[in-house]
Design a binder for this molecule. Structure first.
Ligand SMILES: [Zn+2]
Length: 148
């Protein structure tokens, strides 16, 4: 499940998420070190560091989820940008919930032009090629259509 999630999230988003966690941790350590009293450096630094790490991790997970919605929407032939906005802007993860309720089944690619076409659509909306043979078991009708 988690491996599938990470295989869908774009690599650049994963990179940015890990950079973000690293930066948050570093900032927490620096701020903790600067605000620490003499003698109590270690506890203060570790407290600030773990708080920053937690905050960074939460933001990074949110970023990864947005990246997932973007890639998953594109894979399903849905508009990725509005869905990322919906997922990111609705409070309390409502946008993510909405996305998973409303998302389309995984799109197929057109054999003629290679563009993504929603599943169960009989014709390619880009080049007009018949996709009937690709959806469900082939019938004699769709086979005749495909050979024409
Ligand atoms: Zn096509």
């Amino acid at each position: 499940m988690l491996r599938r999630f990470f295989s869908i999230v774009p690599k650049t988003v994963q990179l940015w998420a890990s950079v973000l966690v690293g930066c948050a941790l570093l900032m927490g350590l620096v701020v903790g070190y600067k605000s620490a009293d003499q003698g109590a450096v270690l506890p203060t630094v570790s407290a600030y560091g773990s708080a920053a790490l937690l905050l960074g991790a939460v933001i990074a997970i949110w970023l990864l989820c947005l990246g997932f919605v973007f890639a998953d929407a594109r894979r399903r032939g849905m508009r990725p940008v509005p869905w990322v906005l919906v997922a990111g802007l609705f409070p309390h993860l409502l946008g993510f919930l909405l996305y998973f309720v409303l998302r389309q089944p995984i799109a197929s690619t057109c054999t003629q032009c290679g563009k993504t076409v929603p599943l169960h659509q009989p014709f390619c909306s880009w080049c007009g090629a018949s996709l009937a043979a690709r959806n469900g078991p082939p019938t004699t009708d769709s086979l005749q259509q495909a050979s024409q």
